[in-house]
Design a protein around this ligand. Sequence first.
Ligand code: IMP
Length: 437
Amino acid sequence: MPATVIVGLQWGDEGKGKTTDFLAEQVAMAVRYQGGDNAGHTVVLGDEVFKLRLTPSGVLYPHIACIIGPGVVVNPATLIGELDMLTSRGIDTAKVRVSRNAHVIMPYHVALDRAMETRLDGEKVGTTNRGIGPTYADRASRLGLRMEDLLDETTFRHRLARVLPDKNTLLATMPGTSPFDAEPLVAQAMAWGERLRPHLADTTWLVQDALRRGDHVILEGAQGTLLDIDHGSYPYVTSSSPIAGGACTGGGIGPLQVDEVIGVMKAYTTRVGSGPYPTELTDEIGSGIAERGHEFGTVTGRPRRVGWFDAVALRFAVAVNSVSSIMLNKIDILSGIDEIQLCVAYDIDEQRVDRWPSSAEVLARARPVYERFPGWSEPINGVRTLAELPENARRYVTALEVAAGVPIVLVSVGPERTQTIERAYRPMRHRPTVATG
Ligand code: IMP
């Protein structure tokens, strides 16, 4: 049974939750490997809509053990709220496990994220204001607080005392902020620890044991490749590694334990926050896509920027993630558009470029070179095989597949699990069987 990484190939919000949901029946464990409550998965299950930020969407299935790995930054208040919400809706959360090593997003991280964005003014990253960057910064500086620290008051007090004066000094330089007192933070942290104690574990061994048993483990990335701290257009990125390699560091597996990397992409692109976006649409075609596609942030409610599909970015994302197959989402949203454009290259400083530039400054100068495709008018939500798709939609899917160079094995034509076209072929790297016992 494989370890499958599910990774976003664009700027996040590609519909990774649906991919996990679609594979759920064959899965024994779902692992979230990076990011925090900046992410939002929407899963539609019959009449019910679940919005999850931290817990892997596999939690909706009683047979799936859900893991929040050491690469995730956890706002305990969000996690507790999510566990309570799920419990109140009849979902069993007993199998949710959170790495003892995952870092805690403290209230001062959230305050700093907001204040730093305000200070950047016109240069804003457009963060989700969840404290993600400051928490990862503390992790890298070895000044972070980890989930296991919530279980021991003495350790927590000691670690907090090392950082709080510096946080307050910094906050004092930023307008609209107030300092934090240690005592209320300690009291809050101990209450979080008490509530979350049964969920904390050394998750790396849980994942390793599952793989040794031969269980199918999926590792879910949040955000997307183009927001990766190393591979996105810095500084307009998040502070973690959404790429498939992040599944190893943040989930607790080695590169040779990954059998399959499913890349997830929409039939168009969206981006939340600032940063260069060569194929952005600011006309009524863009607003039509945004409206039909409900392109508003799950976490912030902000309208997402919308654009044509970018095959330059896709080729980069396929390479950097070693994608083995693709799920294409939301192609139904393009129904009714007369002519669809697909960006196949950029013009940068009068040069034709077909490789994704790593520099945000260079990307900002990129002018898209489009290939044009006639659209289709019929709704396709009821279609269940590629052969039933209108010919022009099939042509567009084929063009995306050719650009990717790997097969598109799942095509989503609506939000529900059943609204999916499945192709039989699922390429997978061979992994030799590991001896058990
Ligand atoms: P942060 O992750 O909150 O620090 O935000 C950094 C950048 O990543 C901003 O442009 C955000 O809009 C973007 N971002 C973070 N999480 C998501 C997500 O789940 N979907 C889309 N964009 C995101």
